[in-house]
Write a protein that binds this ligand. Structure first.
Ligand code: B12
Ligand code: SF4
Length: 447
């Protein structure tokens, strides 16, 4: 069968398309099917999708959508259905944790719950054999109008999953994106990523958390180096630095054989001075840390994160000393956070002095613990499903904090970013300063 994946842009074009379809594409191709990806830029519309579907002769359309992408995706799929009747499947975290809502919409026929490779392959084979819409049940695939399906166990061994289909990732300049693990064992209440772990643990079967072998990861990187320039590796794992033994051995083998500069995401609880030194020696140039709040109370009581502020100070210092650039990410306006606590985040930021930072107004992602809190306490507006997940304004009705107060804190972060940019241009003219401010606001607009 021929399958077309859609990557639906929202306000900006991300440097990389979703990894999900690339893994799914690798699996389909390994079994003789064909697939391609259309990136639906902001200047494109349903006519472009229709042309791509017809041109490729797609028998199935697949979309991996985050909550942020869902509103535009939904509108496009509704229009598409008026033009052609090719079945459509959605997968990823949003579809997994809002399946009824997603399936309710015209233009969506199936939702994939959880891990997709084996489920999609089976669906494609059943569709080929029987034809849409007469499909027998396939584990993980929720068919519109039918009962919720069973969930199949996570794929084991994880090394058996074929390498990602790179052409579906839109990669350039020898910068490649890698995923070495699935799942994250931490309990952060705002995070959608960990919900797969919870979904699978509730089933009582094997855990969703798995990590590829070093040999398997290196084999993929060797193949990439053989196929073209390999200039930089972005590890997109949620927390690269769990499993210390794995990381130590990775640093040894990767540093010895490839030593291509790389970046990763980490939690401060999972690194120490020695590990940071080893990562730096192996070629690590950049680590993204979730700091989220400068208030220990907010982190502990609201976010389920127990590291102290001192731990953040130490880790940011060790990271710098290891020659690695640190980015800090912050969340503004979690339910229960006071304006004074939002100020504590700004104070901690000034102490940490990260090389870069991101600041995001809290959005309650479906499936998360904080989403449930917001629902139970009536913080969600009636029309929350119609409000885009843009991380610039709070969609919540929070007691004790007004949307205007959150706006004001957000504007302070934008000013901090602008000041940082301007301070890096000491001889800036008024015009250059205004330009830097505009760029900073643009950055905020795309966050
Ligand atoms: C890499 C990454 C990015 C990359 C690439 C985007 C992507 N979607 O892959 C970049 C940097 C662009 C990015 C940006 C953002 N991200 Co991001 N990102 C991730 C991250 C860390 C890893 C995703 C990944 O590669 N997983 C590996 C693949 C193999 O797993 P997977 O995506 O789950 O796919 C499997 C299944 O879900 C399923 N599946 C997935 N899609 C499909 C489609 C079909 C048809 C089928 C059948 C099955 C299927 O099969 C796949 C294989 O098993 C996740 C965290 C996470 N663990 O999911 C956050 C995550 C997806 N991001 C998130 C967010 C919020 C953002 C941003 C809004 C951040 C911001 N504030 O700027 C932007 C928005 C991007 C956008 N386009 O909307 C949230 C999304 C929450 C939600 N419910 O929507 C997550 C879950 C992080 C979190 N802490 O909650 N992100
Ligand atoms: S450590 Fe990161 S990926 Fe894991 S639950 Fe917390 S925020 Fe999510």
């Amino acid at each position: 069968m021929r399958m077309l994946f859609l990557e639906v842009d929202t306000e900006s074009t991300w440097s990389v398309a979703s990894l999900g379809p690339a893994f799914l594409g690798g699996m389909l191709r390994a079994h003789g099917h064909e697939c391609t990806l259309l990136r639906v830029g902001m200047d494109m519309g349903v006519a472009d999708i229709e042309a791509a579907v017809r041109g490729f002769g797609a028998g199935l359309i697949g979309v991996s959508a985050t909550t942020r992408q869902w509103l535009r995706t939904r509108a496009l799929l509704e229009e598409l259905r008026e033009r052609l009747n090719v079945p459509v499947i959605l997968g990823g975290l949003h579809a997994t944790f809002s399946p009824e809502e997603v399936l309710h919409h015209v233009g969506v026929d199936y939702v994939c719950l959880g891990e997709g490779e084996a489920a999609l392959l089976e669906l494609v084979e059943v569709l080929e054999a029987s034809g849409h819409p007469a499909v027998r049940s396939v584990d993980n695939i929720w068919i519109k109008g039918q009962a919720r399906p069973k969930i199949r166990p996570p794929i084991e061994p994880i090394d058996s999953i074929p390498f990602a289909a790179r052409d579906l990732l839109d990669e350039r300049w020898g910068v490649v994106h890698m995923s070495t693990q699935r799942g994250c064992p931490f309990p952060c209440t705002y995070c959608a990523a960990r919900m797969y772990d919870q979904l699978y643990s509730e089933l009582g079967g094997p855990s969703y958390g798995r990590r590829r072998s070093h040999e398997n990861v290196l084999a993929e990187l060797r193949a990439l180096r053989a196929a073209g320039p390999l200039n930089y590796v972005v590890f997109l794992d949620d927390t690269f630095t769990i499993h210390h033994g794995w990381v130590r051995e990775f640093c040894r083998v990767y540093g010895a054989e490839l030593a291509v500069p790389f970046s990763l995401h980490a939690r401060v609880e999972t690194v120490n001075e020695r590990m940071l030194g080893e990562l730096g020696a192996a070629g690590c140039k950049h680590i993204v840390y979730g700091v989220e709040s400068g208030s220990e109370r907010v982190r502990r009581d609201i976010m389920q994160r127990h590291a102290s502020n001192q731990r953040f100070r130490d880790v940011f210092r060790w990271t710098r000393e290891a020659g690695i650039m640190a980015t800090a990410n912050y969340i503004i306006g979690t339910p229960g956070e006071t304006v004074a606590e939002m100020e504590e985040t700004i104070a901690l930021h000034h102490e940490l002095q990260p090389a870069d930072f991101g600041y995001f107004v809290f959005y309650p992602y479906p499936g998360t613990a904080l989403f449930r809190t917001c629902l139970e306490k009536g913080y969600l507006p009636e029309d929350y499903l119609e409000q885009p997940a843009v991380h610039r304004r709070s969609i919540l009705r929070l007691p004790g904090v007004t949307p205007e107060e959150i706006d004001a804190v957000y504007a302070r972060w934008t000013a901090i970013r602008a000041a940082g940019m301007v301070s890096r241009m000491p001889d800036a003219s008024a015009e250059q300063t205004a330009q830097a401010l505009a760029v900073a606001q643009g950055h905020a607009a795309t966050a």
